[in-house]
Design a protein around this ligand. Structure first.
Ligand SMILES: [Zn+2]
Length: 253
């Protein structure tokens, strides 16, 4: 157990953890979807399909990060999705590739699922009212929704992190992070508004998650700037001892 998550398995040195709340939401989702299926096993299979799509997305992040020479050894799946703990080298291109590879997995899955839906539906291979076809249609839609949702430009969603990495090329790591964080806070506000209009608890939780993460990123950006400032000042001048107090006016960190 680690922060409410337990280890499921390990692939290529990457440990996959599952948060215990995943089961609560899985039970709720499966039981509320079961009326759409003839046999009770199919909503379970559909939820496992969703689990696999999210997992592949996170492995996309992890392996891309590894390919840049970074570290990635942990994936945690929880009800709102997955988190790949990636630590790419501090270069804009390495960060960009580590982030973009996740949504790219969904892009690759799109034609595969599309083909499966077409093949099973068209030739009477499977009755289109039958459960297997329904599961494939649902997974196709889930994959598209996950892709579109992840590309929303609200930090810390993938789209927001892509915006940050792109800005990094022009304005550096700390200012790009601050800009992305501001967009993230604005996005969280929009999602909160949407949650209220639709009375959606999910969007409410999501808005709160994005707001808190973007807020933390804003503070981190300020801290980075402060440290860079101090380092630059320390490098420029080795400050002389103050003639009055005898203290060093610009302490180095
Ligand atoms: Zn992602």
């Amino acid at each position: 157990m680690r922060g409410g998550s337990f280890k499921l398995f390990q692939v290529a040195g990457i440990s996959v953890y599952l948060h215990f709340t995943w089961f609560l939401v899985a039970w709720y989702q499966i039981s509320s979807a079961s009326y759409r299926f003839h046999r009770p096993i199919w909503p379970v299979i559909e939820y496992i399909g969703l689990f696999i799509i999210v997992l592949l997305h996170e492995f996309g992040h992890a392996f891309a990060c590894r390919s840049t020479g970074g570290r990635a050894d942990r994936i945690v799946l929880w009800p709102l999705g997955g988190l790949a703990f990636v630590d790419p080298p501090l270069r804009a291109s390495a960060v960009l590739w580590s982030i973009i590879a996740g949504p790219l997995v969904n892009v690759v899955l799109f034609p595969i699922l599309q083909l499966l839906v077409m093949v099973t539906g068209r030739h009477g291979f499977i009755d289109i009212s039958a459960d297997p076809h329904r599961v494939l249609v649902d997974l196709w839609a889930i994959n598209v929704l996950l892709l579109l949702f992840n590309l929303l430009p609200f930090y810390p969603l993938d789209g927001g992190q892509i915006v940050r990495a792109l800005l990094w090329f022009r304005i550096g790591p700390s200012r790009s992070l601050r800009a992305a964080a501001v967009i993230g806070v604005v996005g969280a506000g929009l999602l909160a508004l949407f949650a209220i209009l639709k009375s959606s608890i999910w969007f409410g939780i999501l808005a709160f998650f994005i707001f808190s993460q973007a807020g933390a990123a804003f503070q981190r950006a300020n801290q980075m700037e402060l440290e860079a400032d101090l380092a630059a000042r320390g490098a420029e001048t080795t400050p002389p001892a103050s003639p009055i107090t005898g203290e060093n006016p610009a302490p180095r960190r």
